[in-house]
Write a protein that binds this ligand. Sequence first.
Ligand code: NAP
Length: 305
Amino acid sequence: MGSLFSSPGFDPKDIPNLAGKRIVVTGGNSGIGYHTVKHLVHHGATVWMACRNARKAEDAKRRLDEYFATLGLRLGHDGVGEVKLLACDLSTPAGAKAAAAELMSKENRLDILSMKWGSFVFTLTLLPLLSKTSLEQNSDVRIVNLSSETHRLFVPSNLQFKSIEDFNVKYGDSAMNDLTRYATSKLATVLFTAELQRVLDQQNIPILTTCLHPGVVVTGMRTAFFAAIWGVIATLFWMSADEGSFTSLFAATSPEIRSHPGPFRGRYMVPYGKPADTTRLGEDKQLARDLWVLSERLANQTSKP
Ligand SMILES: NC(=O)c1ccc[n+]([C@@H]2O[C@H](COP(=O)([O-])OP(=O)(O)OC[C@H]3O[C@@H](n4cnc5c(N)ncnc54)[C@H](OP(=O)(O)O)[C@@H]3O)[C@@H](O)[C@H]2O)c1
């Protein structure tokens, strides 16, 4: 069911055949990530579901099995792709680095990196494999990062990324501080996406990166944030988790983005796949460069024994 005031402008049926593609979806065991995996696999891709909790990952794979069975289909058969599990705790740079290294020991190509749960170190570590794939004939490599409209509000105006300490600012324990921390991470996603695209362009690597707001989506995360008003209101006014995956799927697979990349490359979009302006801070190239330099430093630090 769609939310009361919105109607999807993108249909997952339009996703092209993804047979042969290798894709990683972080946070794929629930919410928007789960449905992203579902649609990608339905179109033939092999998807690595990168999850921090093995039990939840197995459970998600079982639910996918059941879903395809209701369609008379089977994972790995009938044109449906495969789901593979990657243990992946992105809460520390070392964990992100280890998960990326594990993946690179098992795959020799990577076509799409779809980050429902973000880690710049994870992306940077996978970049050589993504870049190598992007230089192969007929490849179409993309990186898709989930941001949020909250990046427009609640971000400290004195935000900076000059030192590692700037990544570890203590915001205190209150709902407002949680929101500030969350919004800041989502602004950082916008900045990282833009700078990543600039770096790739400078090196003539044809990867397309985008970031996006998925919509206001009924998922576990929302339940935690807005438990008090959870219920009928949510299902009437918010998107389903399935619909919440549509803009990510558009960003990851739409031929339109490859044929007319101008409004999309390194940029932010909103449902369903509409390019949108970001904020003054979101457009700040120096802030984006500082964030990039710090992220690279973290990625390199954790590579040392
Ligand atoms: N829902 C919305 O309305 C909305 C709006 C704007 C943006 N977003 C963004 O959309 C993305 C997906 O959110 P969602 O609503 O689908 O939330 P969700 O249902 O809570 O899913 C979040 C996923 O991320 C995983 N995750 C969390 N921390 C992780 C870590 N340290 N390492 C690896 N995986 C981790 C979770 O794993 P566990 O199951 O183990 O916790 C879960 O699979 C998030 O980036 C969110 O900020 C959502």
